[in-house]
Design a protein around this ligand. Structure first.
Ligand SMILES: *Cc1c(COP(=O)(O)O)cnc(C)c1O
Length: 423
């Protein structure tokens, strides 16, 4: 008789996950306060309070909030002077928004490979891609693991480039004792529901530089002359003011964040050890990381130890009710928007009078071998699972043990059709 759920056996777990996003009495009070103030928009003192508190938490001087993380990256790129004809170096293994924000600012994303033990931007690969058109290096602190800032900062300085941190997955993470978001020239965070600090949809840009902060505030608000004449528009701006309701959720969220980070770290260690005997190796990152954000818990799947493809294995685990998935399923250059000449944007930025380069993303897989490999060997568990109670975590380990012990049952099982383990 079959034991594995994928073959008709009893699954290990059937309960839904419950623990994200979190809220408590303070959220009700904050939302009510904003509601009754009738000051619902971006001029609310709640928004200013959040910006100041979050910037201080990260060790940065200034914070400018935005409606999304994507627009936070766009705003920071604009502030750093990125526009038509400019190149921005981004990792190929990340969420689409890191690269699409560049494209939306009419600039050219150039994909660098990642490091296999941190999954973050590979510094040598980034270095090899610098041209006279490069303006910004945009590393991502992927899954909560900071990128190698010890090497990226000097590299940017040496070439006169700006360094913009994509911190969307790394709230509270630390590199050698310093919180991310205060390491580069500017940083951008997402605060959407799934991220470690959540407000539905929101974002924020941080910087220590007063002139950059002033320009960000101006571009966030229609290009207004905020100092002298509110009705004068000094340059073409956006409206990226954040809702006060978002701030009402973010302030209590910030109070919960430190304890959540501790729980995520503790449970990450627990899972890492528990899963190790069953063909799953935790990617624990760089030793200079003093705090991992654990937005995502990342594993290397050891296909040789288990003896079936990652897709078959994942289908079996998902059938057991274990919340696992592939990480990013392909290098971003393979997205139709970059790869397919019929789909990708016409004219600026990829071919226009401002840009003299030749863009051909179909050559990128060759120079991003690590990205290509990780797309086929990684398994991830969302970090929110690390906040679930002990029983859930034990069930994940039991699931891995069960599938491993009964792996002979998986021979001949066709994965893709059964559990949709595709990205
Ligand atoms: C979520 C995310 C973003 C975009 O944030 P949104 O708030 O969804 O716009 C950007 N970069 C990375 C790495 C992300 O994970």
């Amino acid at each position: 008789m079959a034991l594995l759920a994928i073959n008709g056996g009893e699954p290990i777990r059937t309960r839904p996950l419950r623990e994200w996003p979190q809220y408590d009495q303070r959220d009700y009070e904050g939302l009510r306060e904003v509601l009754e103030s009738r000051d619902w928009g971006g001029y609310s003192p709640k928004v200013r309070e959040f910006e100041e508190r979050f910037a201080a938490y990260c060790g940065a001087r200034f914070g400018i909030s935005t409606p999304t993380g994507t627009s936070a990256i766009q705003l920071a790129l604009r502030v750093l002077g990125v526009g038509p004809g400019d190149e921005v170096i981004v990792p190929a293994y990340t969420f689409i928004a890191t690269a699409s924000a560049v494209l939306l600012e009419n600039a050219v994303p150039v994909f660098a490979d990642v490091d296999s033990e941190t999954s973050c931007l590979d510094v040598d690969s980034a270095k090899s891609l610098i041209t006279e058109r490069t303006k910004v290096i945009l590393p991502v602190h992927l899954y909560g693991q900071p990128a190698d800032m010890d090497r990226l900062l000097p590299l940017a300085r040496e070439h006169g480039l700006s360094l913009l941190e994509d911190c969307a997955q790394a709230h509270g993470a630390e590199w050698r004792g310093q919180r991310v978001g205060s390491l580069g020239d500017m940083s951008a965070f997402s605060l959407m529901t799934g991220k470690n600090l959540a407000a539905g949809e929101a974002g924020i840009v941080l910087t220590d530089d007063e002139a950059l902060a002033e320009r960000a505030r101006r571009l966030e608000n229609q290009g207004r002359d905020l100092k002298r004449d509110f009705n004068a528009y000094l340059e073409l701006g956006y409206n990226l003011r954040m809702s006060a309701f978002a701030a009402a959720l973010l302030l209590p969220g910030m109070e919960r964040l430190p304890a959540q980070l501790e729980t995520r770290s503790r449970n990450a260690q627990f899972l890492a050890e528990g899963l190790r005997p069953f063909g799953l190796r935790h990617i624990r990152g760089d030793d200079r990381t003093t705090k991992h954000g654990y937005h995502i818990f990342e594993l290397e799947y050891e296909e040789e130890a288990v003896g079936v493809s990652r897709e078959t294995y994942l289908a079996a685990m998902i059938a057991e009710g274990i919340p696992m998935s592939t990480g990013y399923g392909y290098g971003l250059y393979r997205s139709p928007v970059f790869w397919d000449r019929k789909v990708r944007p016409k004219g600026c930025p990829l071919s226009c009078p401002f840009y003299s380069g030749q863009v051909d993303y179909t050559r990128d897989p060759e120079r991003c071998p690590v990205t290509e490999r990780l797309c086929h060997s990684r398994i991830v568990i969302r970090g929110r699972v690390l906040l679930e109670d002990q029983e859930e975590l034990e069930d994940i380990i039991r699931g891995a043990e069960k599938v491993y012990e009964n792996r002979a049952e998986l021979q001949g099982v066709s994965a893709l059709s059964k559990a949709g383990a595709k990205p």
